[in-house]
Design a binder for this molecule. Sequence first.
Ligand code: M6R
Length: 613
Amino acid sequence: MCGIVGYIGEKDATPIVLNGLKKLEYRGYDSAGLAVLENGHIEVRRDAGKLERLAALVQESPLHGQVGIGHTRWATHGEPNAGNAHPHLGMTGDVVIVHNGIVENYLELKEELKEKGAVFTSETDTEVIVHLIERSLMTGKTLEEAIRCALLRLRGAHGIVVLSKDEPDKIIAARIGNAGGVVIGMGDGEMYIASDLPAILEHTRKMVFLESRQMAVVTRAGARISTLEGEPIPYEVQTISWDPVSAEKGEYRHFMRKEIHEQVRSLTDTIAGRVDFDHGRINLPKLNLTPALAQRIERIYIIACGTAAYAGMVGKVLIERIARVPVEVDIGSEFRYRDPIINENTAVLAISQSGETADTLAAMEEAREKGAVLWAIVNAIGSQAMRLADGFISMQVGPEIGVASTKAYTAPLVDLYMLAIHLAEQRGEINEWERKGLVSDLRLVPDLAGRCLDREGEVEIVAQALVEARSALYLGRGVNMPTAYEGALKLKEISYIHAEGYPAGEMKHGPIALIDGDIPVVVIAPQDPWYEKMFSQIEQAKARGGQVIAVATEGDKRISAAADHVLWVPETPWMLSPVTTVIPLQMLAYHIAALRGLDIDQPRNLAKSVTVE
Ligand code: M6R
């Protein structure tokens, strides 16, 4: 959840590290710090709060050097204060570390180290790592050997970066398990290290991704990678095509709004190159789906967390309807512990924007052990989910920085639609005429999304009416039931208004008791096969004095007469309607939070990549 940046070269490391941290602040933002090698010793600045506090501290008390590491924190052990912020120095002040992950056995290690005389200055688990390294150095080991020894004693998943004053021409980085990525950026006479690409994309596109249990010794001239046990490993340098500008806010006040508006482009890119409109075919080469495999699959589990899981719920409806394969959707944190029934005829499809979500990755590993075919729909290039999978679909949305996921929700909806058609064709479940019809509908998607965005002004007016709400209900059914979940999640995570998404048919089994004049009821009621049922939901809510906000198809006079407010969406083929119905709900949440003056891109207690359990 934390962000890490490192630099070694000829330039001043401080602005490079600070700038990189700025790009990663979305990952964790309760405290931040940096360490620089200055005239043969390590200088550290760190503080609680957002990065601007650290930047101010650095301005008051500058530090300069050509080697530096930095960190933005999302607290797990110890409150977010300056003392717990990274980097953490050892007792000698000669070694410094930044860390992403949780040392699961830190209490026993801490006790052991204390007995040997270590004095701890923070409440973090991270500090044990630097003490372990220091103890090994005292026995005459090199920095590299000392780090290996320390890491071999840790339980849990970790990304670490270490700097020592005694070996000033190197930074050492390592990764164990799935506590987020470690990427090495290859420059010319200079090298970069980061937990995520956006931190260093402006400097280089040439990247090497560390796998679990690998360590990189990074010097100005390049990197040497080995296993934790010391076995050298040849590596592949990947060239990243992401545009560094897309990781900037540009004219927008918030990344979230920028990313909402990027959906026309991201949906175009999602389809581009994958759809043969002439022959009505879908082309997903990286999925490695052969007809033999398609026919073998008896069941699909979609595993994901949060917004990605809601996309998966839409996928269930689409895959079952189009490809006629039974699909279950499981939350990553549940799947991994419930001994799911899986065999080699089961496909497990993980969906993840970051590709680094610990629960999703653990679920993938569980599926792998049980022999399932492993697929992923992932955004972050080179991420662990992408690498673990037997086949993947890359989201093509570019970096998503806003903590509230938007464009990385709509893209997988289209990916899942394409997957369903592709699977159906390979299994012989669909005739050419049906397939061509479904494929042809894809060409409408970017324009339909654009027409939703054109109505932002109307959404803003509805937001003004809801800004004081304390609670809201979101109701949907069928393919738009997950839209209700996702709309409610967007509202709660950025506006801090309690919101619940519910399958509309369940209302009468309990939640209808909540409806009174004070609770807005958002009813997702486009012209789809569930329309009549949703319309009666509006009537039921109105009959109990509820304030109804309907998401409805343009021109629907029945709904405009019945609802208090309408968020209009263009007529959309029903299987693709979750793409359009969610867009006004993203904008609604955004504008309510903006009217409440909240920190939309960095909502409290959240982080963009959830790399801890
Ligand atoms: O990176 P992932 O897609 O695996 O992340 C999953 C969830 O943590 C994420 O979707 C989260 O729910 C978002 N904050 C929702 O806006």
